[in-house]
Design a protein around this ligand. Structure first.
Ligand SMILES: [Mg+2]
Length: 407
């Protein structure tokens, strides 16, 4: 059966939210950025983009390109709130909504399409509702799978609506640069380029054995991506706990670090974020994964499997630290991530060991304080100064609520 997948991507999300909040910013070159000294631009308004200001650019460089640039400090709480509003709107069209990042979502509208009078009409109504209720514009792409919905949606921004019919996939992919595909980053693009592959058409026809030799199992995925084939389902929030695979958080560091003391402090904060979510969802996991990304963007993950599921901040932290100790850090670290997987839900048996019981009750007390007074009201001394608002990055794993669904 042919699926119809709709991708919604908010236009210059953070900057647009700020413009709605403060109409005097409208049409001005606006950059949303974090507080730190090494601040990078999280979102640039379209007016700023005309000067060449881009997301991920250092603030200083942005100001050089556009001296009139208006800098607004990012306010995650505000964006999360608007993001949750948008998900609510999308869920009023279909329950099959998968938030993909703070400003993107996929909808499986295969069975709802007729009710709404076709893809184009549905896309238009979604855009209209979002604009009415939040004042924001978005771009919508509709296609036979997630890969293609996102691809076509990204071609007409801002405020675009694109529909790709299954019969047009081949033509579209033939000359599409591989780097335009979600999932093919600059490094993969470079490696493909060195093999003489620059378009999706070339990638889709390239001998599979060579791709597999070069990229391992990923070679199969790349080959299919080149042909525009992709079949991952849209997994809605709250789709049943059996689908929840992991709870993860990552953070780009305020500066690239080589010293393990700073790295551990970040791990502690991440452990608290992961642990809080696990405890809130009444689950625990016995696999901890540490992800390290170096300054040059090379990334690796290491896992540790434990005899019993864990969920307290200190246990998650101890596991992640042990993994960090077991690897040799060869370059400055740019990003760290922790995820907890092999999750089990429901009440956990109390520990038999007094020391563990003590740790659990301490954790319970800390959670109560943070529930009442806000996140990080009570924290471990090692978390000071912590990561909050360090660079204005919301990681891709961020979700408006609930648990991240990924491996
Ligand atoms: Mg966006």
């Amino acid at each position: 059966m042919n699926r119809v997948i709709l991708h919604v991507d908010m236009d210059a999300f953070f900057a647009s939210v700020e413009e709605v909040d403060n109409p005097s910013l409208r049409g001005k070159p606006v950059a949303v950025a974090g507080p730190g000294q090494r601040t990078i631009i999280t979102t640039a308004s379209y007016a700023a983009r005309e000067f060449g200001v881009r997301t991920g650019m250092a603030l200083g460089q942005g100001l050089k390109l556009c001296p009139a640039l208006v800098i607004v400090r990012c306010d995650h709480r505000k964006y999360s709130h608007v993001s949750a509003m948008i998900i609510d709107i999308l869920e009023s069209f279909t329950p099959l909504v998968e938030p993909y990042s703070v400003d993107e979502a996929f909808l499986d509208v295969t069975t709802d399409l007729n009710r709404f009078g076709g893809a184009e009409t549905l896309g238009g109504r979604i855009k209209e509702r979002i604009r009415e209720e939040t004042g924001l514009t978005c771009s919508v792409g509709i296609g036979p799978n997630k890969l293609l919905a996102k691809l076509v949606g990204g071609r007409r921004k801002p405020d675009g609506l694109s529909v790709l019919a299954p019969g047009d996939v081949r033509d579209l992919m033939e000359s599409m640069p591989v780097g335009k595909l979600c999932g093919i980053g600059p490094e993969t693009e470079r490696r493909l380029g060195s093999m003489g592959i620059s378009t999706c058409g070339q990638l889709g026809r390239f001998p599979l054995q060579i791709l597999v030799r070069e990229f391992g199992v990923l070679g199969h995925t790349l080959s299919r991506m080149g042909r525009g084939e992709e079949d991952s389902p849209v997994v809605p929030l709250g789709a049943g706990n059996e689908k929840v695979k992991s709870i993860g958080h990552s953070a780009t560091l305020p500066r690239d670090v080589t010293d393990l003391v700073t790295a551990r402090r970040v791990l502690l904060t991440l452990s608290e974020m992961v642990g809080r979510r696990a405890r809130r969802h009444d689950c625990a996991g016995n696999r901890v994964t540490l992800t390290v990304r170096y300054r040059d963007f090379t990334t690796f993950s290491r896992q540790m499997t434990l005899a019993h599921p864990i969920r307290t901040t200190s246990r998650i932290y101890r596991s992640a630290s042990a993994i960090l100790d077991s690897v040799s850090i060869v370059r400055p670290i740019r990003l760290l991530g922790i995820s907890l997987s092999h999750l089990r839900f429901g009440c956990l048996q109390g520990s038999l060991f007094p020391a563990d019981r003590e740790e659990d009750s301490l954790q319970g007390a800390l959670d109560l304080i943070n529930d009442r007074y806000g996140e990080f009201s009570a924290m471990y001394a090692d978390q000071l100064p912590d990561l909050r608002g360090s660079n204005g990055i919301i990681p891709p794993s961020w979700r408006p609520r609930g648990v991240r669904r990924s491996v």
